[in-house]
Design a protein. Structure first.
Length: 114
């Protein structure tokens, strides 16, 4: 089964930046939406941002103006540029691709220190 592989997480100080990447391990056909979710310790997984195939993007309110989602349709790759990071952004970040199938990444830890 094809999986999504994430990279780019790590530890950063508050106010810093990180860029997450997510690419499939194999071929995924007819992806419509690619998105990022996150799950903080003791909390439920929440949606962060999404990018439709046609270019429309949407963001959760707390990340608007700080995070930017982008995708490369030719490579079925999605990115999340995270600027002005805050300690409350600390979480495991997951990418997701939906269309004919529903694929998730394995999760990538992002830790923001104060």
């Amino acid at each position: 089964q094809v999986q999504l592989v994430e990279s780019g997480g790590g530890l950063v100080q508050a106010g810093g930046s990180l860029r997450l990447s997510c690419a499939p391990s194999g071929i995924i056909y007819s992806i419509s939406t690619m998105a990022w979710y996150r799950q903080a310790p003791g909390k439920q997984r929440e949606w962060v941002a999404s990018a439709a195939r046609g270019g429309t993007t949407d963001y959760e309110d707390s990340v608007k103006g700080r995070f930017t989602i982008s995708r490369d349709n030719a490579k079925n790759t999605v990115y999340l540029q995270m600027n002005s990071l805050k300690p409350e952004d600390t979480a495991v970040y997951y990418c997701r691709a939906t269309g004919l199938s529903d694929c998730w990444g394995q999760g990538n830890q992002v830790t923001v220190s104060s």
